[in-house]
Ligand binder design. Structure first.
Ligand SMILES: N[C@@H](CCC(=O)N[C@@H](CS)C(=O)NCC(=O)O)C(=O)O
Length: 219
């Protein structure tokens, strides 16, 4: 039996989405960084980073939410998995792209729209984040011209991983209508029944009280 570690209010919901999409039964351990359980000696054996999510599959352990998803898709085979080396490369490309180009600015926009307390939100930071996002979003929007999904006409691990990072778009409340192909694609992905967990995510982040603190949080 596969065990997924991590509260659903964390990036663990990305992996729950993949497990549910694949119809894999799993045991869920709601390890939580708020109560210190991500730093217990037992958990550090599973993920020495002391972060969630992590996965255990019959003694094999893995960390990094999107790497876990690629592993699960390939292990299961089928539609979500790469069918050849080029598809595998594209899934890796879009996955790495999502984490490096999208995740941090989108988190910054989300913090300044909802996750920070209202009095500590900063509209300039929000606008800066949206400006940073517009470049990769132009790329994705152009890529999706005349395509249903990132690899073509079927939903794959590439869509799941990129859309899982973009579950923060509603939290950031960014108007993405300037990217219509991307908007339609994101809606299609996030409304899949297996994706439901992200809709219940509810958390706040205290704003660091200095510029250096902000750098430490977002770098
Ligand atoms: N790149 C990692 C990030 C994991 C991560 O930062 N998880 C957060 C929860 S969403 C965490 O465990 N934070 C607690 C901490 O950093 O101590 C992944 O995608 O799995």
């Amino acid at each position: 039996m596969i065990t997924l570690y991590g509260s659903m209010h964390s990036r663990a919901n990305r992996c729950a989405w993949m497990l549910k999409e694949l119809g894999i039964d799993f045991h869920h351990e709601p390890t939580n960084f708020l109560d210190g359980s991500t730093h217990s000696p037992e958990f550090l054996q599973i993920n020495p980073n002391g972060r969630i999510p992590a996965l255990e599959d019959q003694g094999f352990t893995l960390f990094e939410s999107l790497a876990i998803n690629l592993y699960l898709a390939k292990k299961a085979g089928g539609e979500l998995a790469p069918q050849n080396l080029q598809e595998d490369a594209f899934m890796m490309q879009w996955t790495i792209w999502a984490i490096t180009e999208i995740e941090k600015p989108l988190l910054l926009a989300s913090a300044n729209n909802l996750l920070f307390a209202p009095e500590s939100r900063n509209v300039e930071e929000f606008n800066l984040a949206v400006k940073k996002l517009s470049r990769p979003w132009d790329v994705l929007n152009n890529h999706l011209e005349n395509k249903e999904y990132i690899l073509g006409d079927r939903f794959t691990a590439a869509d799941l991983n990129v859309a899982a990072v973009m579950t923060l778009v509603p939290t950031a409340n960014i108007d993405i209508s300037a990217w219509p192909n991307m908007q339609a694609w994101l809606h299609k992905c996030l409304e899949r029944p297996a994706a439901d967990d992200w809709k219940h995510v509810n958390f706040t982040i205290p704003r660091p009280d200095s510029h250096l603190g902000m750098l430490a949080m977002f770098v």
